[in-house]
Design a protein around this ligand. Structure first.
Ligand SMILES: [Zn+2]
Ligand SMILES: [Zn+2]
Ligand SMILES: [Zn+2]
Ligand SMILES: [Zn+2]
Length: 370
């Protein structure tokens, strides 16, 4: 993730709520879609607004308040617009547009549950930020498939809660926010990574398939050429076959992960997850290179036989990701951590990623490493 600067010059990070240097309020702004510090333009008083009103530095007419879930439970660091009734605590919720997408969460009655929900909301905010930045729609207009999140689970739940997606509703079992449970499951299923952001990206992949691929005949045809026909085998048959046959050898030539071999929907969701990894890592690298935090020393080709930088922005991204991946993996190995970029992008995989790239708004900035 990139960093930002406060008005006072101090560096600001994505999770910040206040500048540690000058004390200004910091938040992710709904008006300008960036993180910034904000000056107070109106203090709460017994007559005036019930919340501190803040100023967006990019939009002079945007009056901001803190998201209600941030104020009450430290679950969110977004600034939302004051002028839609959010300054009034008796308004519908006072929650920002992204917090309103979470329709269910367990009661925040104990510290452990609060911590898990806070981790899930933080991961959700991080994923929605990148999705929004690359030009995919987060909110839905009437007639479009709305997105929502349910964070469910408790010790005394009657039925097992399955993490998954159905008709725009993403359900996550809050046990996934428990790192011990998550690591045990990762090892059991032989996954290179198992993270909250990874879960959310994967499930968002299913959502965008239903919202952006299924309704468009041209896209659906191309999707079936690349990922296979989702009707044959059926999803139910595919799950059974996947668990019956066990380990599949040589999946790397056509898939980003073993799980992607199960069914074309899972292939799309896993590829979508890998594409967001790529966009996130490249955006971070591009930001720090342009800022001068990392100095470039000549171009490194991902392939010794190919010393020409591709002109096509998508090809360029794939090449840049390989370059950054080599460095990032070595940093992780230095610290004894798992590889940051475990995927091997073969030609078949690259064509799948290109399809996903084309779903994003072409006007959205493509990170360039220079
Ligand atoms: Zn500051
Ligand atoms: Zn702003
Ligand atoms: Zn919020
Ligand atoms: Zn899935």
């Amino acid at each position: 993730m990139r960093t930002w600067n406060c008005k006072c010059g101090a560096e600001l990070f994505f999770h910040n709520t206040r500048c540690v240097a000058c004390g200004r309020e910091v938040g992710l702004c709904e008006a300008c879609r960036q993180l910034h510090s904000a000056d107070v333009i109106d203090q709460p008083s017994s007559y005036g607004p019930a919340q501190t009103i803040l100023q967006c530095p990019e939009h002079a007419d945007a009056r901001l308040v803190r998201c209600r879930l941030g104020l009450d439970h430290a679950l969110c660091n977004r600034f939302t617009l004051a002028d839609v009734g959010n300054a009034n605590p008796s308004s519908r919720s006072g929650a920002c547009t992204w917090c309103q997408l979470t329709t269910d969460m367990p009661p925040l009655s104990d510290a452990l549950t609060q911590q898990k929900v806070r981790r899930l909301e933080a991961a959700k905010r991080r994923v929605l930020y990148i999705v929004d930045q690359i030009g995919l729609p987060v909110l839905a207009m009437p007639g479009e498939l709305p997105l929502s999140f349910r964070f469910l689970g408790s010790e005394d739940a009657d039925e097992p809660i399955m993490t998954g997606h159905g008709n725009g509703v993403i359900t996550i079992n809050i046990r996934e926010a428990d790192s011990v449970h998550r690591e045990a499951t990762r090892v059991e299923f032989g996954e290179p990574h198992r993270t909250l952001v990874g879960h959310l990206r994967h499930e968002l992949g299913h959502y965008y398939w239903q919202r952006m691929v299924q309704p468009k005949p041209d896209r659906l045809t191309r999707y079936r050429e690349l990922f296979g026909d989702e009707r044959d085998p059926s999803y139910v048959d595919a799950i059974k076959a996947y668990y019956d046959r066990g380990h599949v050898g040589h999946w790397q030539s056509h898939f980003v992960s073993q799980y992607a071999t199960m069914h074309s929907w899972e292939d799309f969701a896993e590829s979508f997850n890998a594409y967001l990894d790529l966009r996130t890592v490249l955006a971070t690298a591009a930001h720090f290179i342009h800022r001068g935090s990392i100095r470039r020393r000549g171009r490194i080709s991902p392939d010794a036989s190919n010393t020409i930088t591709p002109e096509d922005p998508f090809e360029r991204m794939i090449a840049d990701y390989a370059r950054v991946g080599i460095v990032a993996n070595e940093f992780n190995r230095d610290l004894g951590l798992l590889d940051l970029v475990p995927e091997v992008f073969t030609t078949a995989v690259v064509e799948k990623l290109r399809f996903i790239h084309q779903l994003c708004n072409p006007a959205a900035a493509t990170p360039v490493l220079g």
